[in-house]
Design a protein around this ligand. Structure first.
Ligand code: GLA
Length: 703
């Protein structure tokens, strides 16, 4: 039994393999959080279920610890739900009415119904338990059981209370275009630290994930509480520390400029917010999140293919001849999926025109796409293609025909970003246009892979023809419609894999990952810059989901020169891709690269299905090292990168992780064998030298 209810004490306990999450119904009928940490007997928490105050100015301090706080009465911290009633009242008084423990898709789920004292509104709080990963998936459903509209002004998914710590350190990521997933941390002082997106998509400036520890947790040890939100629209995670040293982290759809009208009999369901606790440090946190994505979130268990992408090779200058030549060379490398990026459609000769006109450009492809697809298939590869369905260039037939199809305010200009506007996909005719051209594209051609891009943020978020008083629904409606389109396409074309991209990594979250097989974390393909992007990514998201391309020796991004080996090693840590202009590569370079692709295919099961351990991070001694171990711990691969050597300064010994202590292991490239415990405690030496050196060690258990 993972979910228990103690009738006598009115206490709920969610027991996972190694953790307990405990809360109770207090004397006022409210759900009060009691404990989250290593496994415990729920009865031991009974004395915590009490109300307390500090002064008449600070009454009911326990309300700060509400499982889901309803704005009204004495709630002054970040609320989880705030509404306006038809009669002008704006206050909630929700009491626990009943609970159910159900089984859904093999998982136990607790649903607690709270009911307002005076108004016909219910909140159903869900807790789905993933015992083997010590995770709880929370969400809330608001149900209007009355006959009047209710305005939902703020509807969060969940609030996570962190147990008492002397200090609370928040870890999160920040970033920008071409510099996504940069790790940051800060000790929380009283007040709020808000991580959010207001840009209409998940965003690269922040990602909907958090971790809290006492400031001393490491990769391998220490208590870490964490959570990740499944939402690809505007979101908000608020880490709040009160004057009474309590910390709660509340997250969900961003309430900024947002509102939802809940009609009579209607319900609104929030995105899910998965949370977990581990005593095993940040490494264990990541491995649990990765496994959660593999087992419960992403749509397919298939291995991800080695792909080629034409973007950095040909940009908009795409044509059948060049692409066929690239395909021939890609096949020689051992590529399994050939992807044509932007530039194949309409008048898309640059980023100023063509978006929206999803028909093949006949000048570039006189015989249509079919000729290239045939060629790619004959070469033994699958074919993939880039689309950006939500956008339109003003210089396009689509925009000339339907200038009202874009988000805009009638009295304002239409801000162009990358020379494009954003389609109001919530309009039924726009949604069907997208579904129709995608359906045509995917049924007319044998396409195995779609890279779905979105290259701008939302501005002037006006929805023409949508009721005036419901205009603020735009942010939620865009995300909902996007999910509906992806769900529909996946249903219609189950064999097609999808990559989520938004000018690099601006749309990566657990929401879109229900439909996307892989992600494009960044347009920055510099192999060194990628290390920190990939490190931040790995805190939350699984290696298999991370597409990484090998590009030119001199990075087009920042002019840094790196060796072929370094570039391959950096890109082999996720789903390997090649993005170079192979038409300019020598035969030697192609042959050498084919060797790396072969190696990648051999280690792919480790990288794409194994456990990942971050052994070292560049921030310390200039060495980054990541290890992948298979489930049986019989095989492992280690990647290590040296930024720049300083004479006489010793390099760290790499203490491996996840091996069987008493088994013997051998490093492929070196003579001799060592016990697992020697490798994990003494560590292995790193023969890295000079600048930007790298190695990949394959290590196997000896029979
Ligand atoms: C975005 C993507 C790139 C590429 C271009 C094409 O920037 O992130 O990978 O597809 O668009 O215009």
């Amino acid at each position: 039994m993972t979910i228990q209810y103690n009738e006598q004490h009115r206490i709920f306990a969610i027991q996972t393999n190694q953790t307990s999450y405990i809360f109770g119904v207090n004397g006022k009928g409210r759900l009060q959080h009691l404990y989250w940490g290593s496994s415990l007997d729920p009865e031991d928490c009974a004395p915590l279920l009490r109300t307390w105050s500090h002064s008449s100015f600070d009454m009911e301090i326990e309300r700060i610890l509400e499982e889901y706080s309803f704005w009204g009465d004495l709630v002054y911290t970040e609320p989880s739900l705030k509404v306006s009633w038809h009669d002008g009242v704006r206050d909630l008084s929700m009491k626990v009415a009943e609970h159910r423990i159900v089984e859904q898709d093999g998982q136990e789920k607790l649903v607690i119904t709270l009911q307002d004292e005076a108004y016909p509104l219910e909140t159903h709080l869900s807790y789905t338990v993933i015992p083997e990963l010590d995770l709880i998936v929370r969400s809330a459903k608001i149900v209007n059981t009355g006959s009047h509209d209710v305005i939902l002004e703020n509807t969060q998914s969940a609030s996570w209370s962190i147990p008492y710590l002397p200090d609370y350190r928040l870890t999160h990521v920040t970033g920008k275009w071409s510099g996504e997933f940069q790790l940051r941390n800060t000790i929380l002082s009283e007040g709020k630290k808000v991580l959010e997106s207001r840009r209409g998509f998940t965003d690269s400036h922040a990602n909907p994930w958090f971790a809290v520890d006492n400031g001393y947790a490491t990769e391998d040890s220490g208590d870490v509480w964490f959570g990740a939100l499944a939402w690809s629209g505007n979101w908000k995670i608020t880490a709040e520390k009160t004057a009474f040293n309590q910390v709660k982290v509340t997250g969900g759809i961003n309430d900024f400029d947002s509102e939802w009208t809940l009609g009579a009999g209607e319900s609104f369901e929030t995105p899910t917010f998965v949370g977990g606790y581990t005593a095993g440090g940040f490494g264990e946190m990541s491995r649990h999140l990765h496994q959660y994505q593999y087992d419960y979130v992403i749509p397919s268990q298939e291995p991800r293919k080695v792909l080629y992408n034409s973007w950095e090779a040909t940009y908009f200058d795409v044509n059948a001849q060049d692409q066929m030549a690239l395909a021939e060379r890609a096949a020689r490398l051992g590529v399994e999926l050939f992807v044509v990026d932007d530039g194949w459609f309409g008048e898309r000769n640059h980023d100023r025109a063509g978006l929206g006109d999803w028909f093949v450009n006949r000048e570039k492809f006189p015989n249509g796409l079919e000729e290239l697809i045939q060629k790619v298939h004959n070469l033994g590869m699958g074919f993939g293609i880039w689309v950006e369905p939500e956008s339109v260039n003003p210089d396009s037939d689509l925009y000339r025909q339907h200038p009202d199809w874009v988000y805009h305010f009638p009295t304002r200009g239409r801000t162009e970003l990358r020379n494009q506007l954003l389609l109001n996909i919530t309009k039924p005719e726009v949604k069907s246009y997208i579904l129709q051209f995608m359906t045509e594209l995917l049924s007319k051609h044998d396409i195995a892979f779609i890279k779905w891009d979105m290259n701008r943020t939302i501005t002037q978020p006006g929805m023409k023809d949508h009721p005036l008083q419901r205009q603020k629904e735009v942010w939620i409606r865009h995300a909902h419609t996007l999910y509906e389109i992806w769900a529909e396409l996946r249903e219609r074309f189950p064999h097609v894999a999808f990559e989520t991209c938004a000018g690099g990594g601006s749309r990566i979250d657990l929401g879109i990952l229900r439909y996307a097989d892989q992600t494009w974390p960044s347009d920055n393909t510099d192999a060194f810059d990628r290390l920190s992007i990939q490190e931040g990514f790995s805190y939350v998201y699984a290696p298999k989901l991370m597409t990484c391309w090998v590009t030119e020796a001199i990075s087009g991004m920042n002019k840094r020169t790196t060796s072929l080996q370094y570039r391959f090693h950096s890109a082999m840590m996720g789903t390997l891709g090649i993005g170079s202009n192979l038409n300019e590569w020598s035969d030697e370079l192609i042959d050498e690269s084919a060797g790396y692709v072969r190696q990648y295919k051999e280690i792919r099961p480790l990288v794409q299905y194994g456990h990942q351990y971050r052994l070292d991070t560049l921030k310390k001694q200039g060495v980054a090292a990541v290890q992948y171990v298979n489930k049986e711990a019989s095989e492992t691969v280690v990647f290590a990168f040296l930024h720049s050597q300083r004479l006489g300064e010793p390099l760290p010994r790499l203490r491996l992780r996840g091996l069987q202590p008493d088994k013997m292991y051998a490093i492929e490239q070196l003579p001799g064998a060592w016990t697992g415990k020697a490798m994990m405690n003494i560590g292995i030496e790193l023969p890295l030298r000079g600048d930007l050196d790298s190695l990949m060690y394959r290590i196997r258990e000896q029979e």
